[in-house]
Design a protein around this ligand. Structure first.
Ligand SMILES: [Zn+2]
Ligand SMILES: [Zn+2]
Length: 408
């Protein structure tokens, strides 16, 4: 996909207002500073101290230490009219990856890296807060900027909601973005309905009866049972799920045995399950349990299954997606422009916010192959075109001004 991107040498940034274009050097500086000090989920101490320091400096009311390292900033518009509350969500955490980029702003924390772009999300949210604070006369109501920990895992959205970030004042709608190297710089991926998948996981141990590889009749071969289970699981998506619904069952780990002539007692597997349609909630857990139970029973094996749900699907509200789409069309003017075909089986805990209030999560294209900035997310050489930072601020600011337009 990356190789089919159009040339980006002539990207038109004229639709980004001058004040935000002038903020670009700061956005890059903040992003690079954050990039050099990546921190894992719920350990974003330096990151959150940096955010708090900036908010303090700009006189923006904020609360720190929410769900450990989370921050919420509150900016009240000066226009009269609608007193609605719009939230903007950014995540702050990095990944346990050793960075392989040789750049001046390379990670200084051994084994840790901002390989998903959350450093950029934080910089965009900071830039948005700064701009809105300076331009409060352009909107009514309230903007809450939510800096969330631990998106990668184990998930910071849920504890932040539990801590009340959507209350007092109560949030009416929420928006958020992900810098996206699956789209070129200048494209924005937005669509109503499902954008990202629900993710569930399971670990299963199969207990057979070990023995000599030459005398299988004396054993219950856990390897053969596990192989049959893996095969049988493939029919769940192909035969039980409506073909109109997309879903994935991937067994990514399978472990058994120590020696070629020994039939092992046990085999272990770990898997991930993905789907968009919320009506499938609970279906895979039940079906997978049935398949494993049936195969094990027929072979005389036993099993232990641990199944859990990680994140629900990211479902965009129709009205909010239309708001973001209309603004994306104002902000970008490139051959690809606004891309509704941007669904991914990737997952995001933004979904928990979207279960609480209507909102829209969207992808901000950030790949630029002409600058060698097109590695996939979570790759040790991931990096993005920082031009996208200003575009992100422009998107958020325009969303605020349209949603909280108020009276002149
Ligand atoms: Zn990620
Ligand atoms: Zn991410």
């Amino acid at each position: 996909m990356v190789s089919t991107f159009p040339s980006l040498n002539t990207i038109d940034l004229s639709r980004i207002r001058l004040t935000i274009r002038n903020l670009q050097p700061q956005l890059v500086e903040w992003r690079r500073r954050l990039h050099q000090k990546p921190e894992l989920g719920f350990q974003e101490k330096l990151t959150s101290a940096f955010i708090a320091e900036k908010l303090q400096e700009w006189g923006i009311e904020h609360q720190t230490g929410i769900a450990q390292t989370g921050i919420v900033a509150i900016i009240k518009g000066k226009k009269t009219g609608s007193q609605k509350v719009l939230a903007i969500r950014a995540d702050m955490d990095a990944l346990p990856i050793q960075e392989l980029n040789e750049v001046p702003y390379k990670s200084q924390h051994d084994g840790l890296m901002h390989a998903c772009g959350h450093d950029g999300h934080t910089a965009i949210a900071l830039g948005t807060a700064y701009y809105l604070q300076q331009h409060r006369h352009n909107f009514s109501g309230t903007v809450k900027v939510i800096f969330q920990p631990a998106e990668e895992s184990p998930g910071g959205a849920k504890p932040m909601i539990a801590a009340g970030v959507l209350k007092n004042p109560d949030v009416d709608a929420i928006i958020g973005l992900h810098l996206w190297n699956n789209l070129p710089l200048g494209a924005i991926g937005v669509r109503p309905g499902a954008l990202m998948a629900a993710v569930e996981c399971f670990d299963c141990t199969i207990f057979g009866k070990g023995g000599h590889g030459a005398m299988p009749h004396q054993t219950v071969d856990s390897v053969v049972v596990a192989a049959q289970v893996v095969n049988a699981l493939q029919t769940i998506v192909s035969r039980n799920v409506n073909p109109i619904d997309s879903a994935v069952v991937t067994v990514g780990e399978l472990h058994a045995g120590t020696k070629r002539n020994v039939i092992p007692d046990t085999a272990r597997m770990s898997a991930t399950v993905r789907y968009f349609n919320p009506e499938l909630t609970g279906f895979f857990q039940e079906k997978i349990q049935q398949v494993i139970s049936g195969v094990c029973q027929s072979a005389g094996a036993k099993y232990d299954l641990k199944y859990w749900s990680l994140y629900p699907a990211v479902i965009n509200d129709v009205g909010m997606a239309e708001l973001v789409r209309s603004i994306a069309e104002e902000v970008v003017e490139t051959p690809l422009g606004v891309v509704p075909e941007c669904q991914t089986m990737g997952a995001e805990d933004m979904s928990f916010f979207l279960q609480e209030v209507p909102g829209c999560y969207f992808f901000l294209g950030s790949a630029n192959p002409s600058k060698d900035l097109a590695y996939p997310h979570h790759h040790p050489r991931f990096d993005f075109d920082e031009t996208a930072l200003g575009m992100g601020v422009e998107m958020f600011v325009r969303c605020v001004e349209k949603y909280l337009g108020g009276a002149d």
